[in-house]
Every structure is written in structure tokens, then in C-alpha cells.
Design a protein around this ligand. Structure first.
Ligand code: ZN
Length: 161
């Protein structure tokens, strides 16, 4: 039994915030604004996993009005989403995600992002794909106003009892 889900997220780039993507603190002059650590990649991944199982979205599970999620480490939330999926009887088949950012260059950090996600989700790094692209200086990502991320997740029924 397979289930597929899609996730999409956007966060605004502002001064005085850290840029955290895939659990990696990336040195940059601006960072992502959000109630949590604003890890746009992890937010898209979680929405894809929850979407696959028709369990709503992260806004429902971790409301941005809740004080407990202020400055939250999104990797911790990903661990919780992984557990929610396991409780529903599903494990990750594979995840494919794309981060859309004009700057900085993300290539040096991609392997660490994949490693971080695989570790928290309890799967092999070969099951986690992270890619990065620009939008050729077009639109809000091109103008460096924000960063967006897309993800798809294939969830597989866990045969383990
Ligand atoms: Zn988000």
C-alpha cells in the first residue's frame, strides 16, 4: 500500500535571523522569518508526509499561535511527524525535495541536509533527495525576498507488527 503526498512552503528573508535549511545553520547575511526556526525545507517535507496520509498539515499539528512552538527546532517537529506517521502504520519510502533560493549557494550543504533528515526519520540517506535551484532572478525568490521549498513523499505501509 502506497500513499503519496506533496508539501509546499515559503518564508520571508529578513535581517537578524538565522538561515536554517534542512537542520543546517547556513552562514548568510539574512535569514528566514517565522514562528519556529522557519526551516522551509523541513516544513515542506513534513507537509508532504502528513499530506500522504491525509492527516492535515503542520499548521494543524503545530499551530503558530502556540507559545511552545516559538523558535522551535523543526528537526524536532520532523521527528514527531515521523512518529505520527508510524502510529498510522506508515514509514517513508522516499522523499524528494527542492529548495528554491537565489542565494546563498546551497550545494555545499545538501549532503548534510540529507543526512540530517535521514537520521531523524530513521531511514537511509538514499531514500532522501534534496535539490536546490534558483528561479533565474525572477519573482520573490529571484529577488531574494524569500525562499520556497517543494517536497513529495512516498509513504509505505509498514509490514512490521
Ligand atoms: Zn514554514
Amino acid at each position: 500500500m502506497f500513499r503519496i503526498g506533496h508539501g509546499y512552503d515559503v518564508h520571508k528573508l529578513v535581517e537578524g535571523r538565522k538561515l536554517i535549511l534542512g537542520g543546517v545553520d547556513i552562514p548568510h547575511n539574512v535569514g528566514l522569518l517565522g514562528h519556529s526556526d522557519a526551516d522551509v525545507l523541513i516544513h515542506a517535507v513534513m507537509d508532504a508526509m502528513l499530506g500522504a496520509l491525509a492527516l492535515g498539515d503542520i499548521g494543524r499539528h503545530f499551530p503558530d499561535t502556540a507559545e511552545e512552538y516559538k523558535g522551535a527546532d523543526s528537526m524536532k517537529l520532523l521527528e514527531r511527524v515521523t512518529n505520527i506517521c508510524r502510529e498510522s502504520g506508515y514509514i517513508i519510502g522516499n522523499i524528494d525535495a527542492t529548495v528554491i533560493a537565489q542565494a546563498p549557494k546551497l550545494a555545499p550543504h545538501i549532503e548534510t541536509m540529507r543526512h540530517n533528515i535521514a537520521q531523524v526519520c530513521g531511514c537511509d540517506i538514499s531514500q532522501i533527495s534534496v535539490k536546490a535551484t534558483t528561479e533565474e532572478k525572477l519573482g520573490f525568490t529571484g529577488e531574494k525576498l524569500g525562499i520556497s521549498a517543494h517536497a513529495v513523499a512516498l509513504m509505505i505501509k509498514d509490514e512490521q507488527p
